[in-house]
Design a protein around this ligand. Structure first.
Ligand SMILES: [Ca+2]
Ligand SMILES: [Ca+2]
Length: 231
């Protein structure tokens, strides 16, 4: 009797330890070694409520609180500076496009590049497939304005014909013709627009826009892409 009792207790203990250790492994895998994504933000250039501008019904209200950090796997890098940049506006030189990934995100005139009117895109080729967790986008935050038809796509080829996926699209009235978006328009602020790309794998990424509430021209200040080489 005594032997059986001890044996069962031992078994129960052993299985309880086993369950605990599996549980611990599970929780460390799901929260992973996730860390807050630390962004270096430029200084705010304007404050308070935006001036009287024509807004769509799907503009996200401007928050007066700092954005909470996004949790991402440890060890990600901003891979945008290593990407090959191209653009739909053939007047934009390589030097001009380089300013989108030079780390200068300030609101001053010399930090902003201008692309022509209409739907325009900037494209990044990372050289090989990358696992991408976050994109941070600054068109221009020198005044309160809202950009139109902000669309982010990925593809397997530079012409965006193979395996094209849309990861952000706020063109809710489809004026750029890439499909009706369901994301909201947003104010350009010093924090930039943070897009959670959920670890999607891509070699090519395109960023579209079609002017703002301020101008038909397209401005770009900086784009950051946080990722790591795909396994
Ligand atoms: Ca820049
Ligand atoms: Ca639109």
């Amino acid at each position: 009797m005594r032997f059986t009792f001890t044996f069962s207790l031992g078994l129960a203990l052993a299985s309880s330890i086993l369950i605990q250790s599996v549980g611990a492994a599970d929780s460390s895998a799901s929260s992973g070694d996730k860390v807050p994504l630390i962004l270096k933000l430029p200084s705010p250039a304007f404050k308070g409520t935006p001036k009287d501008i024509q807004l769509s019904s799907y503009v996200e209200p401007l928050s007066d609180k700092p954005r909470p950090p996004m949790m991402v796997p440890a060890g990600l890098k901003n891979i945008a500076p290593g990407a090959k940049l191209t653009c739909s506006d053939k007047n934009a030189t390589a030097d001009t496009l380089g300013k989108i990934v030079d780390g200068d995100k300030e609101a001053s005139e010399q930090s902003i590049i201008y692309l022509r009117k209409g739907t325009q895109w900037v494209q990044m080729d990372f050289g090989s497939p990358q696992e991408i967790f976050a994109v941070v986008l600054w068109h221009a935050h020198n005044s309160a304005k809202v950009y139109h038809d902000v669309i982010v796509q990925i593809a397997d080829d530079q012409d965006f014909l193979q395996n094209v996926k849309t990861i952000f699209n706020n063109d809710q009235d489809n004026t750029s013709g890439l499909g009706v978006g369901t994301d909201r328009e947003f104010f350009e602020i010093h924090e930039g627009k943070l897009i959670d790309t959920k670890g999607i794998t891509a070699r090519y990424m395109r960023f579209y826009s079609k002017g703002s509430t301020e101008s038909a021209l397209n401005e770009y200040t900086e784009i950051e892409v946080y990722g790591r080489p795909a396994k």
